[in-house]
Design a binder for this molecule. Structure first.
Ligand code: NAD
Length: 388
């Protein structure tokens, strides 16, 4: 009998208007000086001010750090960590997509550690996180990464991505308010939504899946399948935004506890080498990786087909696993994401280097229901390049 280790964020508020919980939650920690980590776009459109105005009105000393860029490189993480150490803050609030939230949790934890952030990276680092750090509240403004409920901070390196991961990186409080996502433009809504779908799909077929994560993942898939297209078509569709927030939150809980696998292992080098947004790298690879592994998890793929609202064949699980891949392809296409590597201007000559970098993602690859070795990875990139 296997035992599942399930970890949840201590406190989550999820729902339209849940941002109102920010002040009472901040009060619990009695901070004197608060660091808000965010990005320039959110500052420009006034979303950050909306979050911090009530804090300043209550007399809190708030400093906004808005130098976060999408898919943040390690150097940006290093700068923020130094800044946080020098600033003597006693709380960090991350407001933004995965990029801002990942840096907020990194800064909150490494503020009380020594040495550069690079020392704490999973693949190449030599040190381990061993202290909890500053209290942190995470407030997502995209429906995608689930970073508000995971213990992971992703950083971009020269050719790939790496993570700092420890349960101390978990938020003390996550506030998931769909209202904050209404301004997300269609292309980002599409990419982040497919990212969330990928989390749920990979968690459901992961070798570490459990009944708890299965429930989270399947409900996430249902919500995303019924609302992602609507949210892309009309960002003001309130119910679609609510479904997407709930879907990405549930998918985050699912993948944090069951893990993601092959899609992410192959997507990281695309992000690292070609700066393709994380959601889009996942989206272009999702049908190809799932197509390659489907026979190893046909029953589970048939379940996913049902959750996606696709037509079951009632003939065989293998047939349904095929239909599931078709359904995934359809949703990626419907939200307007290119379906081949060529659509992202990736040359054929890049395939070998992508393969060599993906092979290094052993932690992710180990969760695939079909072991993915170098030749398998090469074949998947080739299929994604050829579009077959
Ligand atoms: P992002 O945070 O990079 O944001 C993408 C763009 O959307 C940015 O330009 C941002 O300003 C804009 N944006 C965000 N919210 C908006 C809003 N409400 N209105 C208008 N514009 C808005 O994108 P993301 O996909 O959320 O995060 C990607 C990062 O998260 C990557 O680095 C990825 O590797 C990481 N990630 C982390 C985890 C985790 O568990 N920690 C999981 C998956 C991905």
């Amino acid at each position: 009998m296997s035992v599942s280790r399930i970890v949840f964020t201590p406190l989550n508020y999820v729902g339209w208007g849940s941002l109102e919980q920010l002040i009472p939650e901040v009060e619990r920690f009695s901070p004197k000086k608060i660091l808000v980590v965010t990005d320039p776009v959110l500052e420009k459109i006034g979303l950050v001010q909306r979050v911090i105005r009530p804090l300043t009105e209550q007399g809190y000393d708030v400093y906004v750090y808005s130098d976060v860029v999408p898919e943040p490189p390690l150097e940006i993480g290093e700068k923020l960590v130094s800044f946080t150490r020098q600033g003597r803050f006693d709380m960090v609030i991350g407001v933004g997509g995965g990029s801002a939230m990942d840096l907020a949790k990194l800064a909150a934890v490494l503020a009380v550690h020594e040495g550069p952030a690079a020392d704490y990276l999973n693949l190449t680092g030599t040190k381990k996180v061993h202290k909890k750090g500053l209290p942190k509240i995470l407030i997502p403004t995209t429906s995608g990464t689930g970073s508000e409920v995971t213990n992971i901070s992703v950083l971009s390196l020269d050719t790939t991505k790496d993570v700092v991961t420890h349960d101390y990186l978990l938020a003390d409080v996550a506030i998931v308010d769909p209202e904050l996502t209404v301004s997300v433009p269609p292309r980002v809504t599409a990419a982040t939504g497919i990212d969330a779908l990928t989390h749920a799909v990979e968690a459901y077929v992961s070798v570490n899946a459990s009944p708890t994560t299965d429930g989270l993942a399947l409900q996430a898939i249902r919500l995303i399948a019924r609302s992602l297209r609507k949210a892309v078509e009309n960002g003001n569709d309130k119910q679609a935004r609510i479904d997407m927030s709930n879907g990405s939150y549930l998918a985050g809980l699912a993948f944090f506890n069951a893990g993601v696998a092959g899609v992410h292992a192959l997507a990281y080098p695309l992000g690292g080498q070609f700066h393709i947004p994380h959601g889009e790298s996942n989206a272009v690879l999702l049908p190809y990786v799932m197509g390659y592994i489907r026979k190893s998890c046909a029953k589970r793929m048939a379940d996913i087909l049902n959750a996606l609202g696709g037509n079951s064949s009632y003939l065989s699980e293998e047939e349904d696993s095929y239909r599931c891949v078709e359904e995934l392809e359809r949703i990626v296409r419907d939200v307007g994401i290119p379906r081949t590597l060529g659509g992202f201007h990736i040359p054929e000559t890049a395939l070998e280097r992508l393969t060599q970098d993906a092979v290094k993602q052993k932690r992710l690859l180990a969760r695939s229901p079909l072991p993915l070795l170098e030749d398998d990875i090469r074949a998947i990139y080739r299929a994604a390049f050829d579009g077959v």
